[in-house]
Design a protein around this ligand. Structure first.
Ligand code: IPM
Ligand code: MN
Length: 357
């Protein structure tokens, strides 16, 4: 098949990890006889420096003319002055909003060979394999707000409509149907009105999916259960900010924040794919970042935007086989064992891909 993929490397380690993932997507294309065209564009802090805008119009139109976007990370200390008028993160929020990417899929699994890197006992990690569906275009991130410079008050608003909850709930129920048929909806319905609407709506949508077992959890208690009994969960659906917080927490189960991919999806097949980690300015330019989250994001791109399930599964299997063969970047290295650079790790994945395909 033919596909155009826009690559937004962004800031910090972003361009380093997307470069590895792009080289593996090229390998996938060569092995499968596909024609992928890659186009790069400025996004985030580097776009503020070059164009005064974290999501410039040229970047937007390249994204509009592509099947999918592969994104690295945005942000860095040089753009994080709280009084700055433009911030890299605004580019990310505008990108999500512009394309109506209301659902953010964040799969989390524990890797047995990395169990020593997780702060939990290995037996708690057995069978951990869950999928977070985070609502991405509503809630406090996009609600009415007031900021008064140095004033003595400020507010943000959490607003959800029934339609917004329905669409993300349906997507989560469908994901649960293709997995272990268990959905946990996380809210704060004992305090927040928006959470009561969330819970009521999810219950109504549940009638369309009688084969899925639904439970509701309050976000504070869920945050505890996620660490105490993580293997209990299958698909989790929650509002934007709760999902942001809980998925960073869940990342410790995988052994490193560098392991986690994500897909941001809307109504069609277009999607934005990015690792959940940030731009890691402390290690940027060193070529040592863990590229797994981005490689697995590229696999999600193959699956969700290009409908190439076999290729997606092959790329995921190649990552696993590189890990099984002992390939490790420094964040997941064994004590006294040499760590690979990002590029060397990528080559190990490439070798596994070739061997399998
Ligand atoms: C994420 C990030 C973003 C978010 C920031 C960078 C705006 O933390 O994708 O999880 O809060 O959504
Ligand atoms: Mn986050």
């Amino acid at each position: 098949m033919q596909a155009t993929i826009t690559v937004l490397g962004g800031d910090g380690i972003g361009p380093e990890v997307t470069a590895i993932a792009v080289s593996l997507l090229k390998e996938v294309a060569a092995l499968g006889g596909h024609a992928f065209t890659f186009q790069e564009a400025l996004f985030g802090g580097c776009a503020i420096d070059a164009a005064g805008d974290p999501f410039p119009p040229e970047t937007r139109s390249l994204c509009e003319n592509s099947h999918a976007v592969l994104l690295g990370a945005v942000g860095g200390p040089q753009w994080s002055d709280p009084s700055a008028a433009v911030r890299p993160e605004q580019g990310l929020l505008r990108l999500r909003q512009h394309f109506g990417l209301f659902a953010n899929l964040r799969p989390v699994r524990a890797y047995p060979m990395l169990a020593r890197h997780a702060p939990l006992r290995a037996e708690l990690l057995e069978g951990v394999d869950m999928l977070f569906v985070r609502e991405l275009t509503g809630g406090a991130y996009f609600g009415a707000r007031q900021e008064q410079g140095e004033g003595d008050s400020a507010y943000d608003t959490i607003l959800y409509t029934v339609a917004e909850v329905e669409r993300v709930a349906r997507l989560a129920f469908r994901a649960a149907q293709s997995r272990r048929k268990h959905l946990t909806s996380v809210d704060k319905a004992n305090v927040l009105a928006s959470s009561r609407l969330w819970q009521r709506t999810v219950k109504q949508v549940a009638a369309e999916f009688p084969d899925v077992r639904l439970d509701h959890a309050l976000v504070d208690s869920f945050a505890m259960q996620l660490i105490r009994t993580p293997a209990r969960f299958d698909v989790i659906v929650t509002e934007n900010m709760f999902g942001d917080i809980l998925t960073d927490e869940a990342a410790v189960l995988a052994g490193s924040l560098g392991m986690l991919p994500s897909a941001s999806l809307g109504e069609g097949t277009f999607g934005v794919y990015e690792p959940i980690h940030g731009s890691a300015p402390d290690i940027a330019g060193k070529g040592i970042a863990n590229p797994i989250g981005t490689i697995l994001s590229a696999a999600m791109l193959l699956r969700h935007s290009l409908n190439l399930e076999a290729e997606a599964a092959a790329l995921e299997a190649a990552v696993l086989s590189a890990l099984e063969s002992g390939a490790r970047t420094s964040d997941i290295a064994e004590p006294n064992a040499p760590a690979l650079s990002s590029a060397e790790f990528g080559e190990r994945v490439r070798a596994a891909l070739r061997k399998a395909g």
